[in-house]
Design a protein around this ligand. Structure first.
Ligand SMILES: [Zn+2]
Length: 261
């Protein structure tokens, strides 16, 4: 065998070995149950139900019976930002609006402080109703910090409220929160967007973060309409004195006050 042929065979063997390695790594990444580094196990520090990264393992995609039993009954639902009627905010991108750049319809509301851009950065994001924290984490750069609460609605449904792009998270998975309590603050998803709150309402107890756009509504509900239907406040109470609200906010500056009925 000439020297050139020997080198050729050597090169071929190396190429085959590299190909085999790539194939093994690819298979490991595709195997069911693989997540968070391809170990095939639930990472110990993963938030409730979900891995920190990687594909969702559907065995962990639903709340356990124990978690479901802890979801509190919620009598009233309020918007997560602004006053308890949603005052001092506007909706920059409504639910189900088509977004050509993202290739789908918006699955939530993009709530902003009325000052626009980053003037609402750091504003408190509040629990819309009594609930159980079923997710609190940072699933991807596009989402930033996310909190998901589960609620038992008065009509018996299990609903979830999702607050995304948060600057800070102030609750932990498994915590019970009361309506009006702080969940965190309005953020930019690590600088990806001008500060706003991506707010979703979901039906059922399937805990999958998913994407913010789709061509099917999946289990998403119209957030504003859902909250308005469960608000249970008298129509006359829906026109709050903005001055009264601002005075209340000013007096409570630095000391988060629970909402008042
Ligand atoms: Zn959004």
């Amino acid at each position: 065998m000439t020297k050139a042929v020997a080198r050729g065979v050597e090169l071929l063997v190396l190429l085959l070995a590299a190909g085999l390695l790539v194939w093994v790594l690819w298979r490991a990444g595709k195997s069911p149950g693989t997540q968070g580094g391809g170990l095939g196990i639930q990472a110990a520090d993963a938030p409730l139900c979900l891995p920190n990264q990687g594909e969702v393992d559907m065995r962990f995609g639903f709340s356990s019976a124990w978690q479901r039993a802890q979801i509190p009954q919620a009598a009233r639902f309020d918007p997560p930002l602004g006053t308890d009627h949603g005052g001092l905010t506007y909706n920059a991108q409504q639910f189900w609006e088509m977004n050509e750049a993202r290739g789908g319809r918006h699955l939530g509301d993009d709530l902003n402080g009325i000052g626009g851009m980053n003037t609402d950065l750091g504003d408190p994001v509040l629990a819309i109703a009594d609930g159980l924290v079923i997710y609190a984490g940072d699933p991807s750069p596009g989402w930033g910090n996310v909190v998901v609460l589960a609620h038992h609605a008065p009509d018996g449904r299990v609903l979830q409220s999702m607050c995304a792009h948060l600057d800070r998270i102030e609750v932990v998975p498994g915590a019970l929160v009361a309506r009006g309590m702080r969940l965190g603050t309005v953020g930019t998803a690590h600088g990806n967007y001008p500060a706003h709150l991506h707010f979703e309402m979901r039906a059922g107890d399937e805990v999958v973060i998913g994407g913010g756009y789709a061509l099917q509504p999946l289990n998403r509900l119209d957030p504003s309409a859902t909250v308005a239907a469960l608000h249970h406040a008298s129509p006359a109470d829906r026109a709050p004195s903005i001055l009264a609200r601002m005075l209340l906010l000013t007096s409570a500056a630095g000391a988060p006050a629970p909402r008042r009925d």
